[in-house]
Design a protein around this ligand. Structure first.
Ligand code: SAM
Length: 290
């Protein structure tokens, strides 16, 4: 039996034993550095009493650090071989923590409510994850939408995606991920992680994003309606709101009227608007549709 966190030799041996050949489509890059996973756990302020949702536990690098800190972990993994092996890895390396791990073999994009989490698992209060890169934003939004018990998150994503999630309105990187995340939470970058801590080594560096849940904007418009405005506004980034929302509103004149009724300037570009302002447009759109 091997005690403790996973190093590079452990990662290679485990992958080998499971016949896992890391795939890009599933964003499989495994962390082999104890310092990195401990740093994530510390930044997430995880300790005894926390119930942590981990999406994409992979070979268990971060999972082990989470249970080492005393947390109970609900891990959701899409790869059947990885999901099946995780309890054994934790039982072998941290036997005292094995009872605090619950594993669900599932696509995190299909999580539509807390009832889908493994029976016996308490509702998670934190999300801590090294997210699969190609679906990081949709996975994050799915968890925020369907698991309201999650109050805080610390996620590792590609550095460039971290910038987009955390960008404030009016900046170059502000876009759909920033506006939609802002519906649920405040987001801030929380440090960079070099690509060398992964096996295999990816082409880009990663970064941590910290999310703190807040109430949704004070609006009568439903979330789907607000997100439809966000999607339309950014579908043609270079266009003014009036032009970008013409399809959504039915015509440019109708769009202009709706944007004005929301108290906004139709000649602005979408990248200037905060989520509360997209919500105001959606609310006016509802009035004119009704
Ligand atoms: N947490 C591990 C680590 O830090 O070493 C692995 C992180 S790796 C970047 C992403 C993990 O997410 C992989 O194990 C991959 O199989 C899994 N994954 C990919 N798509 C997923 C999905 N839609 N739902 C759940 N897990 C997914």
């Amino acid at each position: 039996p091997q005690p403790g966190l996973l190093g590079i030799a452990d990662i290679r041996r485990l992958a080998d034993a499971l016949g896992v050949r890391p795939t890009k489509t599933l964003g499989q890059n495994f962390v082999h550095d104890a310092g990195t996973v401990r740093r994530i756990v510390t930044a997430a302020d995880v300790g005894p009493g926390d119930v942590v949702l981990e999406i994409g536990p992979g070979l268990g690098s971060l999972t082990l650090a989470l249970v080492e800190a005393g947390a109970e972990v609900v891990a959701v993994e899409i790869d059947p071989a990885l999901a099946a092996a995780l309890p054994g890895t934790v039982a072998e390396r941290m036997p005292e923590a094995a009872g605090r791990l619950h594993v669900l073999h599932a696509d995190a994009l299909s999580l539509t409510g807390p009832d889908m989490l493994p029976g016996g698992a308490p509702p998670p209060d934190k999300l801590v994850a090294n997210l699969p890169y190609n679906v990081a934003v949709p996975v994050l939004l799915t968890a925020l939408e369907h698991l309201p018990s999650v109050r805080e998150a610390l996620v590792m994503v590609q550095a460039e995606v971290a910038d987009r999630i955390a960008a404030p309105p009016g900046t170059r990187t502000y876009g759909v991920p920033s506006a939609k995340t802002a519906w649920y939470a405040e987001a801030a970058r929380a440090g960079t992680i070099g690509r060398s801590v992964f096996w295999p080594v990816p082409n880009v560096d990663s970064a941590l994003v910290r999310l703190t849940r807040r109430g949704p904007p004070d609006t009568a418009a439903p979330r789907e309606a607000v997100f439809a405005v966000v999607d339309a506004a950014f579908a043609q980034r270079r266009k003014t709101l009036r032009a970008a929302l013409a399809g959504w509103a039915g015509s440019a004149a109708r769009a202009e009227e709706t944007i004005r009724a929301a108290g906004l300037d139709p000649t602005l570009r979408g990248e200037r608007l905060a989520i509360t302002e997209f919500a105001a447009i959606a609310e006016q759109g509802r009035h004119s549709a009704g």
